[in-house]
Write a protein that binds this ligand. Structure first.
Ligand code: ADP
Ligand code: MG
Length: 278
């Protein structure tokens, strides 16, 4: 696909060896509304991509479709992760469970179980491997215990391991949610507005952690961000959606003010900040 503004032509690039994720012509209709309108996207291993666009442009719908939390419309649309189909022609693939264990989701509201300890929440990342009853009884394998403690240490949370998740700050909870994805052994992190509910200091810390998982651990990260300045600061590649269509796919540095105004329309005043592109 041509870099820069989408030129409307069908992408011709086939999935390269290093591609971990391929979205082909994905559409999603809710009633009369097209949340996704022919989205195609190839993601290579080790990329860190900011998915931006005004509210309602389809960002969450795209991430949910990739993680098989919802189907795309029947038709030619297809989503493939790790060379394995996630969904096709409006149906989730039967083998998706295994693929899903390699995709970690991070949400704006952290999605921890509030009354469980931080340790248990992080250890729950292993659920896909160890089975429900073992987890329910807290019979964590040594490997899970070690991975959970390592993640808590790494993100500065070790001292809160035994504390109920809902007694911790938003930033701490979000770091624990990322720890859970590490214990899950996710290779792709899909983070949907992970910093939207955080104060600026906690938000930066979470962005830095995502960046570190990308650069140091080689994880592929797709992060939706309302704050365009974060997108430009932490991600090399930016994909912008507008009304369910990809309207920009290219280097963060290539996004000019005029394009941002065009992408965001009436919301554009929200997206400018000190040092914004001129
Ligand atoms: P974004 O994350 O960019 O704000 P969404 O993907 O949440 O956008 O939503 C895209 C469009 O699809 C919006 O118009 C939204 O109202 C609609 N939509 C999303 N989920 C649903 C749903 N479950 N039912 C009906 N409409 C939905
Ligand atoms: Mg959203």
């Amino acid at each position: 696909m041509k870099r820069g503004f989408a030129d409307g032509k069908a992408p011709t690039a086939s999935m390269t060896d290093a591609a971990v994720l391929s979205i082909r012509n994905a559409s999603k209709t809710f009633g009369q509304r097209r949340a996704l309108d022919g989205v195609s996207l190839d993601v290579r291993k080790g990329e860190m991509i900011a998915l931006i666009g005004p509210s309602g442009s389809g960002k969450s719908t795209l991430l949910r479709s990739i993680s098989a939390l919802q189907t795309i419309d029947p038709g030619p649309g297809e989503i493939v992760a790790f060379d394995t189909p996630v969904q096709k022609d409006g149906r989730i693939d039967k083998g998706v469970r295994k693929t899903r264990t390699r995709i970690g989701m991070i949400f704006q509201q952290f999605n921890l179980v509030g009354r469980l300890s931080l340790f248990t929440n992080v250890a729950l990342g292993s659920l896909g491997r160890i089975g429900f009853w073992r987890a329910a009884l807290g019979l964590w394998p040594a490997e899970t215990q070690q991975a959970a403690m390592a993640a808590l240490h790494r993100f500065g949370l070790a001292e809160y391991a035994a504390q109920r998740a809902n007694t911790l700050s938003g930033g701490q909870q979000q770091r624990a949610a990322i720890g859970r994805a590490l214990v899950q052994k996710a290779k792709i992190i899909l983070a949907d507005e992970p910093v939207a509910s955080l104060d600026p200091v906690s938000a930066r810390r979470v962005m830095e952690i995502l960046r570190e998982l990308n650069t140091a651990d080689g994880l592929t990260v797709i992060v939706t961000l309302h704050q365009v300045d974060y997108a430009l600061r932490y991600c090399e590649r930016v994909v912008a959606l507008k009304a369910g269509k990809v309207v920009y796919d290219g280097p963060a540095a290539g996004l000019a003010r005029a394009q941002l105004i065009d992408i965001y329309g009436p919301e554009f005043e929200d997206v400018f900040w000190e040092g914004a592109p001129t």
